[in-house]
Design a protein around this ligand. Structure first.
Ligand code: UGA
Length: 438
């Protein structure tokens, strides 16, 4: 099947490569010339394990091309729209400029029988609105919505073997049938794996996506709220999470207490969901998401407070070694990264912040050139007064406390991901602080 993917960011580039892997003839379109040039060379413009191999294989096989010209999308049976919906600069709502713009510029290159498939995370109601735009254009194309659940760092696996597929179809039965059969063909090999499929309407498809992210955010903030209570009661949140996680109805995943969630999705999605519910007159239904956001942001300050306390309230001029900058391991993404936020807050208090990350230094430097970035872990730790683990990359999780003790000036560590065994650090002479841990 000929397929186009509009927008080649963290979502679209992986989706385009995955569609080629599934056997389709794919063109990826993006306005960014440098990104398109890199992708055309088979190079991933961001860090995503497994993506370079997939790109190289399919650029070489000729099944995958990239272009800056929307007219190159012409002739595709499905056009996936995978552009970003960042938080608006003026409020909490999602900025729909890129989705609206992509569909407007795609429409003149579509004809009857083609399907425009939205993958971007959008406020509920957008698909109906956009379906009317598509119908009024007279192109004869149809609209469907197919939300994406991939996680950065696992995006290739999540695209080729997702845990579910959701097809949001138009209300008219004949249109729904055409759209469903095209989508079933596009995802044929994925469906053959036995992947669960939910076929539904536009509104449900849009809501599934934001509800999933809101639930995940709630789970993380729930355990972080328990960490706050643990801090004033002497309880240990890690043991608490283990104990409640044994209950299959609760489950242990996403109960990692620490500095909280970040990235280009969870924070902006819960804010956009709140804003949309308020527009719909149902603000009270998801008002709790404001508390989820507030708990999450409080944890960043808690990490900073721990560092300051370990420095006897005198952070000025002290050297803080910050381990990790990406919003999570296996990613170079620093959008709304708790780690980068903590580093910047400490710098604002006059500390000398030396920060490192295996993949995210370039992206961090572009946003915050004022920090002292070091490529090597040893250089970052050398002579530090306090160490903060903020992104739990394996190279930091498995540090040997005795070895690190020989590098730093002060054996003080804040474990903002509760990744370490406190006993082994204390046994090596460290003052250890976790979040919500004894
Ligand atoms: C998230 C969802 O997990 C995906 O299903 C969704 O497709 C994606 O957003 C999206 O909307 O595009 P992602 O942003 O890649 O994926 O990251 P997650 O793995 O969900 O982690 C989000 C944040 O939560 C990270 O900062 C992570 O460190 C934090 N986290 C995660 C915790 O603080 N504790 C945990 O126990 C788990």
């Amino acid at each position: 099947m000929r397929v186009s993917v509009i927008g080649c960011g963290y979502l679209g580039a992986v989706h385009a490569a995955a569609m080629a892997e599934l056997g389709h003839d794919v063109v990826g379109i993006d306005v960014d010339e440098r990104k398109v040039a890199a992708l055309t060379r088979g190079e991933a413009p961001f860090f995503e394990p497994g993506l370079p191999e997939l790109l190289t294989a399919h650029v070489e096989s000729g099944r995958l091309r990239f272009s800056t010209r929307m007219e190159d999308a012409a002739g595709s049976r499905i056009h996936f729209v995978a552009v970003g919906t960042p938080q608006s600069k003026t409020g909490n709502q999602a900025d729909m400029t890129y989705v609206d713009g992509a569909i407007a510029s795609l429409l003149p290159h579509t004809t009857a029988g083609e399907i425009i498939v939205g993958k971007s995370t959008v406020p509920v109601g957008s698909a109906s609105r956009l379906a009317a735009v598509v119908a009024e254009s007279g192109s004869g194309a149809l609209l469907a919505w197919n939300p994406e659940f991939l996680r950065e760092g696992w995006a290739v696996k999540d695209s080729l073997a997702p845990d579910r597929l959701v097809f949001g179809l138009p209300p008219e039965p004949e249109q729904a049938e055409v759209a469903e059969s095209a989508l079933r063909e596009a995802y044929g090999p994925v469906l053959d794996l036995g992947t669960p499929l939910v076929v539904t309407d536009f509104a449900t498809a849009e809501l599934v996506k934001v509800a999933a992210n809101a639930f995940l955010a709630t789970k993380i903030s729930f355990i972080n709220a328990m960490a706050e209570i643990a801090e004033v009661t002497g309880a240990d949140v890690t043991q608490l999470a283990d104990a409640i996680g044994h209950d299959e109805r609760i489950g242990r995943r996403f109960l990692g207490a620490g500095v909280g969630f970040g990235g280009g999705c969870l924070p902006k999605d819960i804010r956009a969901f709140t804003a949309r519910a308020e527009e719909l007159g149902r603000g009270e239904s998801v008002a709790f998401l404001k508390e989820i956001d507030a708990i999450n942001l409080r944890r960043r300050q808690r990490v900073v407070d721990h560092v300051v306390e370990l420095l006897d309230d005198q952070p000025h001029g002290k050297t803080v070694a910050v381990l990790g900058l990406a919003f999570k391991p296996h990613s170079d993404d620093v959008r709304d990264s708790p780690a980068l936020d903590v580093a910047v807050r400490l710098k604002g208090l006059g500390a000398h912040v030396r920060a490192t990350d295996p993949e995210a230094i370039a992206n961090s430097r572009a946003l915050h050139p004022q920090l002292d970035y070091r490529e090597s872990l040893e250089e970052t730790l050398d002579g530090a007064d306090v160490v903060v683990l903020v992104t739990e990359w394996d190279e930091y999780r498995y540090l040997d406390p005795a070895h690190v003790a020989g590098l730093v000036a002060g054996r003080r560590i804040v474990d903002a991901r509760n990744s370490y065994d406190p006993q082994s650090w204390r046994a090596a002479g460290w003052t250890y602080r976790g979040l919500g841990r004894r």
